[in-house]
Design a binder for this molecule. Structure first.
Ligand SMILES: Cc1ncc(COP(=O)(O)O)c(C=O)c1O
Length: 419
């Protein structure tokens, strides 16, 4: 126990001396993870309902990913994108097939659109969105007379780089960091008339719109889903105007919402898709995908990354994506997500449960989210909040019914105590 206290004390003091204070960290040091369980330096176990912020899709240290990484560690790690390497092509092919998948409105697979997709591998969600914006602007340059405007939704979140922040429809993230790249603006989500007005003026020139970027469920904004009818209307509007529809699947992709990608729940297919988080079970990786027609507008030198899709990332990504498919994780997410939503809706002081699959937000009718997350650690729960009154749940996609029940039981006690 003393060792654990010393280890946490060292971590805390080194962090405060040498690491930038961009995160307010909790006083806990995790030293091990397995499935949906984390263990701290004192040996205490926690049910993990955050999954590294929606990342460890197959759970911590899934054996398929562990063995793929071990095998690759003994071969080669990084050669640079000038050369071919194992796994990168297979991973791109597997994701391209998932992107072309069609599902019903719950997420059960029904077929394929047959659309050819091509990918660029990056290292994070923000970087994937940067690539998406460049693709849309290349499209605008070549097909729309130089149009460069990109419209996003209010309350959206697209990352921390300057263009991703410019697209992020929340002023709180913009303070102090301007000027931002021009050409970005945002409109209310689920208001098709607002989007129509935004893409209509100005009608031509560089200020005209080349891209619309949306999340199917706004995760960081508080788990607010886009209405499927709205998404279908957006697709129609973009088709009419020749505008590239970008869907940001960084948080919702890789079966998080039941379907391989959340846009499939609305029966639409975008032109560009950004992704990251769940792609490689915790190995840092991202990607931007585009329909081949758009992707082929890029030429050598137009975009790049030193690390993107390196041999270790590609091996981890391939093992993750192939296992998500072979273990039919999507079907589990649909059922377990419904169970989680039912259990949350039955808890005291929860007035609404939003979201899809295993991305859920519980609206509290008392502003105790902060206290609940802190008390959760005491009760062996890793929880997450957005603001004072929303709890966000992003467990590993392999979380069991028993683990959901156990979390809900412990959370009920905490709410009773704190409300
Ligand atoms: C929808 C969405 N887009 C982009 C990002 C940024 O991803 P990253 O932190 O990997 O840059 C996030 C992160 O939470 C996200 O939820």
């Amino acid at each position: 126990m003393q060792n654990a206290d010393a280890s946490l004390a060292t971590a805390t003091s080194l962090d405060s001396a040498y690491v930038m204070p961009t995160f307010a960290r909790f006083g806990v040091e995790f030293v091990k993870g397995e499935g949906a369980v984390l263990t701290d330096s004192a040996g205490k176990q926690y049910l993990d309902f955050l999954a590294g912020i929606g990342v460890v899709s197959l759970g911590h240290r899934h054996p398929a990913v562990v063995s793929a990484l071990h095998a690759q560690i003994d071969r080669v790690w990084q050669v640079g994108n000038y050369y071919h390497e194992e796994h990168r092509g297979e991973l791109a092919c597997a994701i391209a097939q998932l992107l072309a998948t069609t599902t019903d409105e719950i997420g059960h697979v029904t077929g394929s659109t047959g659309t050819p997709w091509k990918l660029f591998f990056s290292n994070s969600g923000a970087e994937s969105n940067e690539g998406a914006f460049k693709l849309a602007r290349r499209w605008g340059e070549r097909k729309l007379g130089g149009a460069s405007g990109i419209i996003s939704a209010k309350r959206s979140f697209h990352g921390r780089t300057l263009a991703a922040l410019a697209a992020t429809g929340q002023d709180v993230f913009h303070r102090s960091f301007g000027p931002f790249p021009p050409g970005f603006s945002s409109v209310e989500l689920n208001d098709i008339a607002a989007l129509e007005a935004a893409v209509s003026k100005p009608a031509d020139g560089a200020d005209a719109v080349c891209g619309v970027v949306l999340e199917c469920v706004q995760g960081e904004g508080g788990v607010w889903p886009a209405d499927p009818d709205y998404l279908r209307a957006v697709r129609e509007l973009c088709d009419e105007r020749g505008i590239a529809l970008i869907i940001d699947e960084v948080q919702t992709g890789f079966f998080r919402c039941g379907a391989p990608f959340a846009y499939q729940l609305a029966g639409i297919e975008p032109d560009v898709v950004s992704m990251a988080k769940g792609i490689a079970d915790g190995f840092p990786m991202g990607a931007v995908a585009a329909r081949a027609e758009l992707a082929d507008l890029m030429a050598p030198g137009d975009h790049g990354s030193t690390f993107g899709g390196n041999a270790l990332a590609a091996a981890a990504g391939r093992a993750t994506v192939e296992t998500l498919v072979s273990e039919k994780v999507g079907a589990h997410v649909i059922a377990a997500g419904q169970h989680l939503a039912r259990r949350l809706a039955a808890l005291p002081h929860i007035s609404e449960v939003r979201g899809r699959g295993l991305l859920r937000g519980a609206q509290l009718d008392v502003p105790i989210a902060c206290e609940l997350v802190s008390a959760g650690l005491g009760a062996g729960l890793v929880l997450n909040r957005i603001g004072d009154s929303i709890l966000r749940f992003l467990p590993p996609l392999v979380v069991s019914y028993e683990q959901i029940d156990e979390m809900a039981d412990r959370l009920a006690v905490l709410i009773d105590k704190l409300a």
